[in-house]
Design a protein around this ligand. Structure first.
Ligand SMILES: CC(=O)SCCNC(=O)CCNC(=O)[C@H](O)C(C)(C)COP(=O)(O)OP(=O)(O)OC[C@H]1O[C@@H](n2cnc3c(N)ncnc32)[C@H](O)[C@@H]1OP(=O)(O)O
Ligand SMILES: O=C([O-])CC(=O)C(=O)O
Length: 383
């Protein structure tokens, strides 16, 4: 007889299941808040650099000026693109998704690491900082080579975000743009047991290594139900049509009509909804403010019109709120990134959260191995 699973026990997608403790971040949908090591993420975004936030997530405390200087020196010394990696990237087809390039880069960095077999906290911290330092060069160079442009060498006199933009565009970005980019990096850095972080913890729980965990996490982030949504948001804007000569109201009207049609056709619209937040994503107001600054800086009211139109129609029709990928999509577009580079930007930031979770998992490890309820054929035998 086919075993009927006890549906009470099955939690599809692990929805609502509490799997373990974490001291890294607290996502609280009731109060619509997100704390990194106890600090509201909005405060961190307003007052800290991304480097300080990365240090906080890894170490549990914000750095002293001396600790920050030492950390920054370490990070800045690891920014150059490994020549072997550059050759390998050059050999990858330009048709492959930039997320495949990120995934490959993380894997190669692991394969070449002199301390590959060492999973001590000290070795893992070093590996985490190295991945954090190296990924911007990969993302920036990959976008450039697709445009037929040369590699831009990193600048050690610039902070993380300013250097990232420098390596991507080959010119110094305006302070307004650097700030908006920095805010996005801080907001993307960590979000408890999301799909990619959980993937990293599953890999780590087998006592595999940090680079394997990050490589797998990049694969999980790629999907449009997770990190890939920031690209899909901009594809939606493009499908509706970006008309730079339009007013805010004109663009909003067209976006509302598009959304009404999409919802009538029962489409899932990327950039809306969240597994944990059901009344709005705690990070959206901060990122929306950064997007507003960019829109004012670039003088692009039609982008705000599209943004407002989609958001308003979705809210009126289904009460579903935007998630963080909704404002970051148009923000990265305005900064000049190509759409397929958006999720790699998320990777560059979330590396911090993933690696913090790898280290936390190892501090109190238990193999992650849930059960399944069998609903296949009854036992049978070969004749
Ligand atoms: C940084 C991040 O990774 S944030 C997430 C980024 N992902 C996206 O933006 C993808 C679009 N959103 C979604 O697919 C979902 O909202 C998820 C996957 C994020 C969360 O999903 P779940 O918690 O499993 O909710 P689920 O998908 O079951 O949705 C519940 C209901 O809301 C609807 N819904 C949820 N999100 C959306 C959406 N974006 N567009 C239209 N309808 C939606 C579903 O169709 C479903 O309706 P139903 O009950 O009538 O069938
Ligand atoms: O938490 C989640 O499910 C998705 C995620 O990574 C985020 O929102 O940053």
């Amino acid at each position: 007889m086919t075993q009927v699973p006890n549906t009470e026990e099955i939690k599809k997608g692990l929805a609502g299941v509490v799997v373990d403790y974490t001291a890294i971040s607290k996502v609280n949908p009731e109060t619509n808040s997100l704390l990194y090591r106890g600090y509201p993420v909005q405060e961190l975004a307003a007052r800290c650099s991304f480097e300080e936030v990365a240090y906080l997530l890894w170490h549990g405390e914000l750095p002293t000026p001396e600790q920050l200087a030492e950390f920054e020196a370490h990070e800045r010394s690891g920014r150059a693109l490994d020549p072997l990696l550059k050759r390998l990237i050059d050999d990858l087809p330009a048709t492959c998704h930039p997320m495949d390039v990120c995934r490959t880069a993380a894997s190669i960095q692991g394969a070449r690491h002199p301390r590959a077999g060492d999973s001590s906290r000290e070795a893992n911290l070093t590996k985490a900082v190295e991945l954090f330092a190296a990924m911007p060069a990969v993302v920036a160079y990959d976008q450039r080579r697709r445009r037929g442009q040369e590699l831009v060498e990193p600048r050690e006199d610039l902070g993380y975000s300013a250097n990232f933009l420098w390596m991507t565009f080959g010119e110094e970005a305006a302070p307004e743009v650097v700030r908006a980019f920095e805010v996005s990096m801080i907001l993307y850095a960590e979000h408890s047991f999301n799909a990619s972080t959980f993937t990293a913890r599953v890999v780590t729980s087998t006592l595999s290594d940090l680079h394997s965990a990050v490589t797998a996490a990049i694969g999980a982030l790629k999907g449009p139900l997770h990190g890939g949504a920031n690209e899909a948001v901009m594809e939606t804007f493009e499908e509706i049509g970006i008309r730079t000569d339009e007013t805010h109201e004109q663009a909003k009207t067209r976006a509302k009509a598009w959304m009404d049609e999409a919802l009538a056709a029962k489409k899932k619209v990327m950039g809306f909804g969240h597994r944990v937040y059901k009344h709005g994503d705690s990070r959206v107001p901060t990122m929306k403010a950064a997007l507003d600054d960019l829109i004012a800086f670039y003088g692009r009211p039609e982008i705000l019109g599209l943004y407002d139109g989609l958001e308003q129609s979705m809210d009126e029709a289904k009460g579903i709120k935007p998630n963080l990928d909704y404002p970051t999509g148009p923000a990265y577009h305005l900064m000049g990134f190509d759409i397929p580079t958006f999720t790699p930007l998320f990777v560059a930031s979330r590396i911090v959260g993933w690696t913090a979770h790898v280290m936390e998992q190892l501090e109190s490890n238990s193999l992650i191995r849930p059960l399944s309820a069998y609903n296949g054929p009854d036992e049978r035998h070969l004749d």
